[in-house]
Write a new protein. Structure first.
Length: 419
């Protein structure tokens, strides 16, 4: 049997690599080594058949030197403590990299949402928020959507928190429905951010986006919008896969029509005019840009060698194993790392929180313009560190930029000694 993937250990190794490359103050490294706290909760839910089922959940708060903890909550059968810890750490580095005044957190509930009725899902969502209510709040820790959670669930979260606290505080959660103070453009933000980063990278590394071929694993909230925005940029989406299977057409697939088909049938499979392919075959498709936009640990030593793309743009969190990373680097495949590529979601979450704080709302154009600036600035900083030869890969360069900011904040707050 294969060993379970050690998410937190892998995340820590990356930090170690970047820390060594930049000779990071060992005190800073020590403070980032383990999350500040992880709360484990048991959530009893009355099921529709009258029985009670207990679900286990976690909220991990990794580091808050830059501001209140921030990060999504995922509902997934594999969202165990180790994965949630690793994802919380990723949020610390992601927020630091793009310059948001937030720390990093993540939540997870071990469940299979496809097996729950709407009523069960609502009771589970409300129960989880009650269970973690004492450690969250608009200035403490602000949850958001992640895998299998969405605006509807955020609406239940914010309502349940209001019941617990006795006051309605909309800034406790981001990714809410617009009517509850959600931000215009939040749903599309991660996919849109992926496109903005690709725009920057295309200019920096000389790739013509008009006609550039794209393959995407995952057609959920992130993959679907990334496909649409890249299509709008003139790219040709040639392969898409979801958990049920994939479709391929070297002359291009219209992602808008594909979404309609997926909504009608429940999957991208059997989209007219395409050939069926598996997720693994999708990874080996010859293309310019390969976008993993699903689960973590998908690109591994087993399939990295077969990849024939020019770039991998990590729309998912942690899709590439360290062994695969080395193979890709050797084979000259450029990897735009998760903490940069998918930071658009948390960036618009930040905009939502700002709008909630002053109860004044921006237009979608305003949100998108600000998002493009944040993504472009972050890319340029990473690119500078990389092209000056400080970071050997864009991933290491991104971690170096993030660690620099975290170290400066720790010094300024007096958490570590030094001037
Ligand atoms: N779950 C998203 C992420 O991994 C967004 C988090 C947020 O908006 O706080 O970046």
């Amino acid at each position: 049997m294969s060993q379970p993937y050690r998410h937190y250990e892998v995340a820590s190794q990356l930090v170690e690599k970047a820390a060594t490359a930049m000779q990071l103050d060992p005190q800073v490294k020590e403070l980032l080594r383990e999350p500040i706290r992880t709360l484990t909760v048991q959530v009893p839910v009355k099921m529709d058949n009258g029985t009670v089922k207990v679900f286990q959940g976690f909220r991990c708060q990794h580091n808050d030197v830059l501001g209140p903890f921030k990060g999504g909550i995922r509902f997934h059968p594999e969202a165990d403590e180790d994965e949630v810890k690793a994802l919380a750490a990723l949020m610390t580095y992601k927020c630091a990299l793009v310059g948001l005044p937030f720390g990093g957190a993540k939540g997870g509930v071990l469940c299979d949402p496809s097996e729950l009725s709407q009523g069960e899902l609502e009771r589970l969502s409300r129960g989880f928020i009650r269970a973690i209510a004492s450690i969250i709040g608009p200035d403490k820790d602000i949850p958001a959507p992640d895998m299998n959670t969405n605006a509807k669930i955020m609406g239940w979260f914010v309502d349940e928190f209001a019941h617990v606290q006795g006051t309605y505080q909309r800034g406790v959660v981001t990714g809410k429905p617009i009517v509850l103070g959600g931000s215009a453009g939040r749903t599309e933000a991660t996919g849109r951010g992926v496109m903005y980063v690709i725009r920057q990278a295309a200019a920096a590394f000389g790739l013509e986006l008009e006609g550039a071929t794209v393959a995407i694993q995952g057609f959920g909230n992130v993959g679907n919008y990334a496909a649409k925005f890249l299509h709008d940029e003139g790219c040709k989406v040639i392969a898409v896969a979801d958990i049920f299977g994939g479709v391929y057409n070297p002359t291009g697939i219209d992602p808008y029509e594909l979404k309609d088909h997926e909504q009608k049938t429940g999957s991208v499979r059997e989209f007219p005019g395409t050939k069926p392919i598996s997720s693994q075959e999708l990874f080996a498709v010859k293309c310019d840009i390969l976008i993993p936009a699903a689960l973590g640990n998908q690109i591994t030593a087993r399939n990295a060698q077969d990849m024939r793309c020019k770039w991998i743009v990590e729309a998912a969190n942690g899709p590439t194993s360290p062994e695969a990373d080395e193979i890709l680097q050797r084979n000259g495949i450029l990897v735009i790392p998760d903490i940069l590529a998918n930071a658009g979601g948390v960036t618009v979450s930040y905009f939502e929180w700002v709008q909630n704080n002053y109860n004044y709302f921006w237009s979608e154009d305003e949100v998108n313009q600000r998002l493009e600036k944040v993504m472009a600035d972050a890319f340029q900083e990473v690119y500078k560190t990389y092209s000056e030869g400080k970071g050997t890969t864009l991933r290491i360069a991104a971690y170096m930029v993030a660690l620099e900011r975290l170290a400066a904040a720790m010094k300024a707050r007096g958490w570590v000694s030094g001037n």
